[in-house]
Design a protein around this ligand. Structure first.
Ligand code: MN
Ligand code: ZN
Length: 497
């Protein structure tokens, strides 16, 4: 059952029942706020008896004895002060959120002796709470017993030295959480509920935040010559769409930055059909488009001072009498031709036209595309890093470093002429697969043929957008990977003063 945290900040709080959470560094004395919540020192005594050493992200959960102002006390361990990163504050928020359980009222004493918590960390902690609160349960009609007891809205008061500054910073957290949770939701939704049209409608909703949204129909894409994207879509009874989202938060003359997402709402593989086992996971083959949509939501909601374009190619890849065949040759919007070797290598076909269109129309400062593109990247990097391919060392460096900051990590993979040769075709300008070896690299080489001289990065998120291990801030199958990463990229390097 999803809970909603109604978070506010205060300099102090009167405890009147409910849960009190106190943060504690390892090797430190009693937790902060202990005197207000726990005048008898129950927390300190329990910590001693339980030999609670306050290792990072551990907790001590105590039912408060009679006479206490609180009903429950949680002491949340942070580990050692000098090892605490920005990421850890999000994680601590996630752990705190999970500890709330059936309580409807929570007071959190955030300030720890010896650590200047500050507004940014307080906002990070609150972001961790909001991210942890997300769960996808719209289709669970049978609730379990706990759900009836659990409140839908939990009132959270975070006690910190400068509540006004924290509240201000928290506005950004809310924008980020909304974008991440939107991306997760889109990935989690079943493919019968989220086809290209429904996805386009979700993109259109960003107009409420001031984003300009255009939806290109099949007819318009035909006119533009998007033969590669349309070739993928032709086997589905559900028509394709291309959504163009434009956030104009910068100055009119500022060249936009651009994000392009693969939105294959379901990928059967087409005529080169996939094996049945695990095919249901292919509802997540629109994780790139979900991340771009979530990112645009975040940028608009926090009124980022940047001009940003988000383009998502929305198609379904189905086997059908009208589906494209291996051996077909399609002509892309760029004029280049592609021989289809395997209809399951469809994401790059969608992106070939979406990237070219983006470059052609917007002449952006850079293009970053996100795609659940290859199984090969999962073999290489697992769920821990997304693959990064780029023709621009500066952009690649920026991405790698914001990956470290956000914990949405990237690992740079090579590109090169030798790999590029692997997709030369006997019959057309190129073929859509280069075989098993270097599968994620040859996919990237194909994309590179559609970006011209534009600074470009391709993030292969097949291993990180979905089905990655649950952690402190994410319990959902769809992870929302990429939203925080790219929001941080914009914030750190591309917003105007
Ligand atoms: Mn495929
Ligand atoms: Zn695919």
């Amino acid at each position: 059952m999803s809970v909603k945290f109604d978070i506010s900040f205060a300099k102090s709080a009167k405890i009147d029942g409910g849960l009190v959470i106190q943060l504690k560094l390892s090797g430190d004395g009693p937790a902060a706020g202990v005197a207000e919540a726990d005048p008898a020192g129950v927390g300190a005594r329990a910590a001693e008896i339980a030999k609670f050493s306050a290792k990072a992200m551990t907790m001590l959960d105590i039912i408060a004895p009679q006479g206490s102002a609180a009903d429950r006390l949680v002491v949340l361990g942070l580990g050692k002060a000098d090892a605490l990163t920005a990421q850890d504050w999000l994680k601590a928020g996630g752990v705190a959120a999970a500890s709330v359980k059936s309580m409807s009222k929570v007071v959190i004493f955030l300030d720890v002796p010896g650590v200047e918590v500050g507004a940014a960390r307080a906002a990070g902690f609150a972001l961790g709470m909001l991210m942890r609160a997300y769960s996808f349960d719209a289709y669970k009609t049978k609730k379990n017993d706990d759900d009836d007891k659990a409140p839908k809205t939990v009132k959270v008061t975070i006690v910190t030295a400068d509540p006004a500054a924290a509240k201000n910073a928290f506005g950004e957290s809310e924008a980020i959480a909304a974008g991440v949770n939107l991306a997760r939701e889109l990935v989690n939704l079943p493919p019968n509920a989220l086809g290209p049209l429904e996805f386009a409608d979700r993109a259109k909703e960003l107009e409420n935040l001031g984003v300009e949204v255009e939806i290109l129909t099949e007819k318009e894409m035909k006119k533009l010559g998007m033969g590669a994207l349309l070739g993928v879509a032709q086997g589905s009874v559900r028509p394709p769409r291309l959504a163009v989202m434009h956030w104009k938060g910068g100055k009119a003359k500022d060249v936009p930055v651009a994000f392009v997402g693969k939105g294959v709402v379901f990928d059967t593989g087409g005529i080169s059909i996939k094996p049945g086992a695990g095919m249901e996971d292919m509802k997540g083959d629109m994780g790139g488009a979900a991340a771009v949509t979530g990112l645009m939501h975040t940028l608009a909601a926090r009124k980022a001072r940047v001009n940003a374009v988000g383009i998502i190619g929305l198609v379904e890849n189905m086997p059908d009498g009208n589906a494209q065949r291996p051996g077909d040759i399609v002509t892309t919007m760029s004029g280049q031709t592609i021989e289809i070797i395997n209809t399951d290598a469809e994401g790059r076909l969608v992106l070939a036209d979406a990237l070219w269109y983006c470059k052609d129309r917007f002449k952006p400062r850079f293009m970053i595309n996100l795609a659940t593109l290859t199984g090969a990247i999962v073999v290489a990097l697992g769920n821990q890093h997304a693959g990064l391919f780029s023709n621009d060392d500066t952009l690649a460096g920026q991405l790698t470093s914001v990956g470290e900051v956000t914990g949405e990590k990237l690992w740079r993979m090579p590109l090169g002429k030798e790999y590029d040769k692997m997709i030369d075709s006997k019959f057309a300008d190129m073929k859509n697969t280069g075989g098993r070896n270097a599968g994620s690299i040859t996919a990237a080489q194909l994309l590179k043929r559609f970006v011209g001289e534009t600074a470009w990065a391709h993030l292969d998120i097949a291993g990180t957008a979905m089905n990655s291990p649950a952690n402190e801030i994410n319990q959902s199958w769809g992870s929302g990977y990429g939203v925080r990463l790219l929001d941080e990229l914009v914030r750190a390097h591309y917003e105007v003063g």
